[in-house]
Design a protein around this ligand. Structure first.
Ligand code: NAD
Length: 902
């Protein structure tokens, strides 16, 4: 055996250790370096820090040839080739963190006999950048080789010894040859190329594998729709040797960073918005959809409140997947100024900034320090159009009372009309025996099921159960008065479910000081024709309303709690206009909140205390919607077994904006007090820069052991979620997808494959529009000529033709569209209204601002471009198929744009 070359390996993690042991097995002396002294200590003692089948044996067998150190010197002394295998973890949107690589580069001495051999996965262009650094620092003699690693954890030893291929990218000097010689005994296919291509091979391979997964996921969705079995489909596809069976297992292989199940999201489904804990959201979705694969639910129509970094207000965005997995390890509680806390796994990414208005970056929970500031959601983009009234009929079902026990009262006139209907019809309506017609005329009322059979309109009618007879309207206006009463209930109310009389709602007010609130609540119900009683008890002045229907609606449909510990905000409030949110909060504060002077004034604070964590979360979020940042203190009051959440609003500007939370009669005094402040003190605890989120500083990151389920969400459009108390966190990193993101981030190209191939196709169509807009600005009034309409040449098939989408979008943007297709015109006409059809390409381009080649019919390649140019008004040609000879087009004085080509 010829003498084998000694090598150095820098970084003894997964890749480094396998590479080192592998080369030692081939007979090389290997000098390993790592900055992690513990790891080096373990390795020196013969312990293997990671588990990988076969690795321990390999290391053990070659101990003589493996040398471990925390110093670079031995490697530099004995080896020419220094393999770099340090970590390059993805940061936000895929940029690789190259700090470890740069540390290695910086540590290299000037040398003419050494080469860095890059095994770490790095963005394309890294090799060029490193060589430039070497040249600038007088180390130009250093050689550089890119030798990307393709091993898979779990089969890494086998992958090293029997690689599918070895890729060596170099500048054609001694170093490349030396690396090729090193791998020669493995007898693997070799790709010897330049550095940039070698880098790109690794990134493109990662991206392709991720695409394959995305693709089969989309197929899986379609399979569900059509009742096919995706496993069968994948098998059938994989047997095509051009496709191959690997990587066609659907599911995204989640298992990355996660939240504790107690953290919350504002979720919107089927037009309804709810504040939900992640564990409850999971239970509900899992029940409805089943698990897509163990631990993954891909919900339909689920949106959560999210925030696109850089945009002012948060908005609802679709959720691609929700996951749950068992986790046994450390959980971190990230605590911030203003009293917010979130629990997540140490590798959970956060959006963090310097608190001075600088760019935000992504940091893992583990890396957060008290120098980091995290965002709080402020304001809200209005979503659904809120309705003016709400129907109480939904409660009929929820009340679990048989419809025959509901009585509908609709007045003498309509009752007489029903009573006068022909006998056969009355028999059908009044299926129950007895002389019902007389009763109906006398009382102006009948049973709900009779009313349904008689098809009486349910507007302007009143409903009650047979037993308690408190007739309620079938709808209530969603006005400020209602939200005030709801707010007062959350502060002071409870609901009791009684055996005979249905449900009793009670508001309890202070005997001495709250007569006006008693009056307000009674007047509200009386105004809607609902009986309400007020009575003075020993300790409180109570208002009660007894109605099974109303009480059921109140608790089950509107979703209010039955007592103080389960109080929560009603779901409906999330989609209401700001004035309704203020009304609810003013009722809440007036019922149980307070305002006070700080140290006798002039500063004022507003405070609200609750034992319901759900309510505290809701109030923080609702105040956030209104642009107010509250602080929170959590504590126990004497004898209580539950935490109390104290919410506090401070700062002159905030108090002024939240003046609705002060009882009306005190407002003038409060405003006057703030006005006495000699200078406005900047808000403490948080910062705002313009209209965006507020930022609060991280104060502490606590660690605790945890064994239980953890949850993650993926929101592809923003990658963030507004979680508990309005804190905005990054969404989780699903493991396998990060490789794809890495390519995306590195190349500056916005790679949209995450949500699958179909979306990419859609984007492709949109790209033509953006190219047109880039050149023409607004498309209003522009004349756009489409050449070719068919789905592909040599057919008149218009199914799936991108011309349909394109023409529709152009028209929607105000452009006028004319088109020519040698064959497909007849098929296209009925599908494309408003499009002008021409009988030749040259006619179609007459007076056009731009020409778009949509279908690559051969005749278009032969067009006389000088003639085209003379007929057009503008000069833009977009080649949607890359089918034209660009130099011919530009020679005619036209501007040419292809797709992904210059
Ligand atoms: P790893 O985190 O397991 O190991 C990295 C090691 O580098 C650690 O031991 C760390 O202490 C050490 N290190 C960091 N800075 C150092 C420095 N300045 N000097 C010396 N040592 C230093 O990472 P890994 O999984 O082995 O991955 C390494 C590279 O290989 C990454 O770029 C990764 O993307 C790529 N890769 C990994 C795999 C895989 O399956 N793990 C496969 C192919 C490629």
């Amino acid at each position: 055996m010829t003498e084998r070359e000694p090598i150095g390996v820098i970084g003894t993690g997964y890749v480094g250790l396998v590479t080192a042991a592998g080369f030692a097995e081939l007979g090389n002396e290997v000098y390993c370096v790592d900055i992690d002294a513990d790891k080096i200590g373990q390795l020196k003692r013969g312990e293997i820090p990671i588990y990988e089948p076969g690795l321990a044996e390999l290391v053990d067998r070659n101990r003589e040839r493996l040398h471990f150190s925390t110093e670079l010197a031995p490697a530099l002394e004995h080896a020419r080739l220094l393999f770099v295998a340090v970590g390059t973890p993805p940061t936000y949107s895929g940029d690789a963190d190259l700090s470890a690589v740069h540390a290695v580069v910086d540590a290299m001495p000037p040398s003419d006999r050494h080469a860095l051999v890059m095994k770490s996965t790095v963005p394309s262009g890294t090799g060029v950048a490193i060589k430039r650094v070497f040249a600038d620092r007088g180390k130009g003699g250093f050689s550089y080789v890119s030798c990307p690693e393709f091993l898979k954890e779990g089969s890494a030893v086998a992958d090293f010894l029997h690689p599918d291929r070895v890729v060596v990218g170099d500048d054609g000097d001694w170093a490349g040859d030396a690396v090729v010689d090193l791998y020669a005994p493995l007898d693997a296919p070799l790709v010897r190329t330049d550095v940039a291509s070698a880098e790109m091979i690794k990134l493109a391979a990662n991206a392709f594998l991720a695409t394959k997964i995305s693709f089969i996921n989309e197929i899986a969705n379609v399979c569900e729709e059509v009742g096919a079995d995706v496993a069968e489909v994948a098998k059938g596809m994989g047997l095509d040797e051009r496709i191959g069976p690997q990587f066609l297992r659907p599911g995204i292989g989640y298992g990355g960073s996660c939240f504790d199940g107690g953290e919350t999201v504002l979720a919107r489904r089927h037009g309804r918005t709810e504040l939900l804990r992640l564990d409850r959201l999971w239970d509900r979705l899992e029940g409805e959809h089943g698990q897509w694969e163990p631990g993954v639910v891909e919900p339909e129509n689920l949106e959560v409140l999210s925030w696109v970094p850089g945009v002012d207000a948060p908005e609802f965005l679709p959720v691609m997947a929700l996951t749950r997995r068992d986790y046994d390890g450390e959980l971190l509680e990230v605590r911030t100024k203003m009293g917010r806390r979130i629990r997540c796994t140490p590798d959970h990414p956060w959006v963090a900034s310097d608190g001075a208005g600088g760019e935000s970056a992504i940091k893992l929970a583990d890396q957060l320090t008290s120098h980091d500031w995290v965002p709080l959601a402020m304001g809200r983009r209005e979503g659904l159009l809120p309705s003016e009234v709400t129907s109480l009929l939904g409660a009929v079902e929820a009340a679990e009372v048989h419809p025959e026990r509901f009585i509908v009262r609709f007045g003498a006139e309509r009752a007489a009309e029903v009573a006068a209907r022909p006998i056969e019809e009355r028999r059908r309506i009044f299926a129950r025996p007895g002389p019902r017609t007389g009763d109906v005329k006398r009382t102006g009322a009948m049973r709900l099921e009779e009313a349904a059979a008689a098809e009486v309109p349910m507007r302007d009618v009143r409903l009650a159960t047979a037993r308690n007879g408190n007739f309620t309207p079938t709808s209530l206006p969603l006005d400020r008065a209602l939200w005030r009463v709801v707010g007062l209930y959350i502060a002071e109310g409870c609901a009791s479910f009684r055996h005979r009389n249905g449900v009793r709602l009670t508001w309890s007010f202070n005997l001495e000081t709250e007569q006006h609130l008693v009056d307000e609540v009674v007047a509200f119900w009386v105004r809607h024709g609902i009986r309400a009683h007020s009575h003075r008890k020993a300790t409180a002045h109570a208002v009660t309303v007894e109605s099974r229907l109303l009480g059921t609606w109140w608790t089950k449909v509107l979703g209010l709690g039955r007592n103080c510990s389960e109080q929560r905000l009603p779901d409906l409030i999330w989609d209401r206009p700001n004035e309704d949110k203020w009304a609810l909060l003013s009722g809440l504060w007036e019922g149980d909140g307070s305002w006070s002077l700080v140290n006798g004034g002039p500063s004022v604070i507003l405070e609200y205390g609750t034992v319901s964590d759900e309510l505290a979360d809701g109030i923080h979020r609702l105040l956030g919607d209104l642009g107010i940042v509250a602080s929170q203190r959590i504590g126990r009051v004497a004898k209580s077994t539950k935490d109390t959440y104290w919410l506090r609003v401070a700062g002159a500007d905030q108090i002024e904006r939240a003046i609705d939370l002060v009882p009306e009669r005190d407002r003038v005094g409060v405003l006057a007090s703030i006005a006495r402040q000699t200078k406005r003190i900047a808000p403490t605890g948080y910062r705002r820069f313009g209209d965006g989120p507020a930022w609060v500083r991280v104060t502490d990151v606590r660690r605790e052991g945890f064994d239980g389920p953890v949850y993650s969400l993926e929101i592809p459009a923003a990658h963030t979620i507004v979680t508990s108390h309005g804190i905005i966190a990054h969404n989780c990193f699903p493991k396998d997808v990060s490789a794809l993101k890495q390519l995306a981030g590195n190349s500056g190209y916005h790679f949209q494959l995450l949500t699958a191939v179909i979306e990419v196709n859609e984007l492709q169509k949109r790209r033509v529009i953006s190219k047109l807009q880039k050149h023409l600005g607004s498309l209003v009034g522009r004349e756009i000529a489409l050449l070719g309409l068919a789905f592909k040449p040599d057919t008149d098939d218009m199914r799936e033709a991108s011309s349909l989408v394109l023409a529709g979008r152009l028209q929607a943007d105000g452009a006028r569209v004319r088109a020519y297709d040698p064959v497909a015109e007849d098929a296209a006409r009925p599908l494309m209204s408003g499009v002008d059809f021409s009988d030749s390409a040259l006619r179609a381009v007459e007076g056009a601002d731009a020409v778009v080649l949509v279908t690559e019919w051969p005749e278009f390649a032969e067009l006389d471009w000088a003639e085209v140019a003379s007929r057009m008004r503008g000069d833009l040609v977009i080649d949607g198929r890359n089918a034209l000879r660009s130099e011919r087009v530009t020679a005619a004085g036209l501007a040419y744009e292809g797709i992904g080509r210059h």
